[in-house]
Design a protein around this ligand. Structure first.
Ligand code: K1U
Ligand code: ZN
Length: 171
């Protein structure tokens, strides 16, 4: 396994719509494993392939905690097939926008269809943090980052702060 570099916004790959996977084969399984290791190392609770420079519809998540233990999830070609009218707000972060946070409103519950690591079609009913996280990761596959859900005033404020962060953290 390998720890991959995580792209920081703005980056053209983070703005692209990622390509669907034909089949979850050994190459995609390797990518999923490397992404999982990269996510745990960051640390984070989710990671989408475009964040590591790969414009493919692949994501990984683990919202497990000390009480539940690890809950790793690997998805290819995830699709939201149903979303609730009910909306929840969560103070989101993003590994591609380090140290930036904002409240984002999203449907509280979603149903997702996807291919698992064995190329088998699965469905997931998600609520709470899992629903927030999977929607955040699917956004990355569509070239959207959480600040795109905010007013232009809030978005520009965060992007200015991020620019300063990048400058002061340059190698
Ligand atoms: O996609 C990403 O950039 C990962 C992102 C996922 C996410 C966080 C919050 C709401 C929605 C989606 C992160 O993992 S940011 C880091 C983070 O939330 C975290 C890090 C360590 C422990 C617990 C959470
Ligand atoms: Zn993100």
């Amino acid at each position: 396994m390998a720890i991959l570099d995580i792209l920081v916004a703005p980056h053209p790959v983070l703005k692209k719509v990622a390509a669907p996977i034909d089949e979850v084969n050994d190459e995609i399984r390797q990518l999923m494993d490397d992404m999982m290791e990269t996510m745990y190392d960051a640390p984070g609770i989710g990671l989408a392939a475009p964040q590591v420079g790969v414009s493919k519809r692949v994501l990984v998540m683990d919202i497990g905690d000390e009480e539940t233990g690890p809950q790793p999830m690997k998805m290819a070609n995830p699709e939201i097939v149903w979303a609730s009218d009910d909306i929840s707000s969560y103070n989101e972060g993003c590994l591609s926008l380090p140290e930036q946070y904002a409240n984002v409103d999203r449907p509280s519950q979603v149903k997702i269809k996807y291919l698992d690591e064995s190329n088998v079609a699965q469905e997931l009913d998600a609520d709470g943090l899992l629903a927030t996280c999977v929607q955040h990761e699917i956004d990355h596959l569509d070239g959207v980052v959480f600040v795109d859900h905010l007013s232009s005033l809030k978005r520009n404020m965060i992007l200015r702060k991020l620019k300063k962060w990048v400058k002061s953290n340059a190698a």
